[in-house]
Every structure is written in structure tokens, then in C-alpha cells.
Design a protein around this ligand. Structure first.
Ligand code: SAH
Length: 211
């Protein structure tokens, strides 16, 4: 495939997501804007616009487009919101978030240093002003002001760690898969309130574990 063919495949994917999902138009526009094929390893490029996860090396995966759409929609982002992503992977979801909130507003942490490095270079090359931290998300961006939202793309066993919740402002939202690796993870949206969080369940999901 060359670029126009990728662009057509991407439009077809977005048309399909629009039919299947009830998500905000801004989310679909963001997905239409990001070249997913540039985020997957060369041998997988032909599959970049199929709605499924793909391997990206180091036993990790890029999430399926519909999951990215649903999670992004649940975050309820507006331009100018500052977002904390846990688990950069290849950087695709960070780029989708950046399309919505704008340059300089996405802060993402990746545990595997090689993935963090590749994602940083790739986002840079594609013109996304995203800050990538290499290391455990629990230690990332401690000096930053609190975030409007956090998007967790790996599954913490037994709830979102305090270190992540603490980084989100009161009234802010956290979307995360929560649970173990036995296939019983739930996608939850937490709203941070004074001293507590409100929890909504958004169905069963399957993500790689948070380390
Ligand atoms: N957001 C990605 C999906 C990444 S998969 C996308 O656009 O498709 C989840 C990622 O979380 C993996 O790359 C994994 O290495 C990372 N991860 C796991 N535990 C982590 C932790 N404690 N801190 C930061 N990243 C972590």
C-alpha cells in the first residue's frame, strides 16, 4: 500500500467505527488524522487499519482502534486539557490524544526504555509535541501540575495505584482497565473527588498487565 491507499483504508475504518460506536465526533476526527500504519512494525503495516490489536515487540501490543476510541471518548477531553497517559507503547494513543488536546498537553510514560525511545522519535518525526517519560508511570511527571485526565493502557491488578490517582485534579477523570490476567478485567472510569473516587463500569476488556 502507498500513502493514498493507507488514507483510504483509514477513512473506511473510521466510517466503520462511526456506525458501530457512540463516540464524540472529535474522537473520530482524531483517529482519522493519525497515521496508525506509521506506529506499527513494517511487517504489520498492511493490517494497520483492521480493527484489532497488533504486536509491537517486547511482548506488548498497540490497542485496537475501537478501544482507543472508547477510552478517549470516556475521558471527555477538550482542547487545552493536560492528559497523563500510562503506557505509551508505540505512541499511537498518545498521538490520538494530542490531536484532541493540542501540542504540549500530552504526557506519557512507558516502562520499557526501548519502546519509550522509539515512540519519542516517532512522535517527534510525525510532528506531535508529546512528552515521553521512560520508566515506571508511578514515578513520572511528579513536578507537573495535576492533570485533567489520565488514560491507563495497561491493567493494574487491584485498582489504579494511588501514585496515578494523585496526579489527577479534583473533578478529573481516569479511564483504566482494572483486574488480573485471567480475562476478568473491567474498563472503568473514575472521577476524582475530594478524598475519594467515583467509579463507573464500562464492560470487560483485555490489556497487558501494568508492571
Ligand atoms: N497506549 C498504547 C498501548 C500500550 S500497551 C497504544 O497506543 O497502543 C501498554 C504499555 O504499558 C506497554 O508498552 C507496557 O510496557 C506499558 N507499561 C506497563 N506497566 C507500566 C508502568 N508501570 N509504567 C509505564 N508503562 C507501563
Amino acid at each position: 500500500m502507498d500513502d493514498p491507499e493507507y488514507a483510504q483504508a483509514r477513512r473506511d475504518l473510521v466510517a466503520d467505527l462511526r456506525r458501530r460506536l457512540d463516540v464524540d465526533a472529535s474522537v473520530l476526527s482524531a483517529i482519522e488524522a493519525v497515521p496508525r500504519h506509521a506506529f506499527v512494525p513494517e511487517p504489520r503495516r498492511q493490517s494497520a487499519y483492521e480493527d484489532r490489536p497488533l504486536p509491537i515487540g517486547h511482548d506488548q501490543t498497540i490497542s485496537a482502534p475501537h478501544i482507543v476510541a472508547i477510552m478517549t471518548d470516556l475521558l471527555g477531553l477538550e482542547r487545552g486539557d493536560r492528559v497523563f497517559e500510562v503506557g505509551t507503547g508505540c505512541g499511537y494513543h498518545a498521538a490520538v490524544l494530542a490531536e484532541i488536546v493540542g501540542p504540549g498537553n500530552v504526557f506519557t510514560a512507558e516502562y520499557v526504555p526501548e519502546l519509550a525511545g522509539t515512540a519519542r522519535d516517532r512522535l517527534d518525526r510525525l510532528g506531535y509535541d508529546v512528552t515521553v517519560y521512560a520508566g515506571d508511570a508511578r514515578d513520572a511527571f511528579r513536578d507537573e501540575d495535576p492533570f485533567a485526565a489520565a488514560s491507563v493502557t495497561c491493567a493494574p491488578d487491584g485498582g489504579v495505584p494511588e501514585a496515578i490517582v494523585d496526579r489527577v485534579e479534583t473533578g478529573g477523570r481516569i479511564v483504566a482497565p482494572v483486574g488480573d490476567q485471567t480475562g476478568r478485567q473491567r474498563l472503568v472510569r473514575l472521577t476524582v473527588r475530594e478524598g475519594e473516587t467515583e467509579r463507573e463500569d464500562h464492560g470487560g476488556v483485555r490489556f497487558v498487565p501494568m508492571r
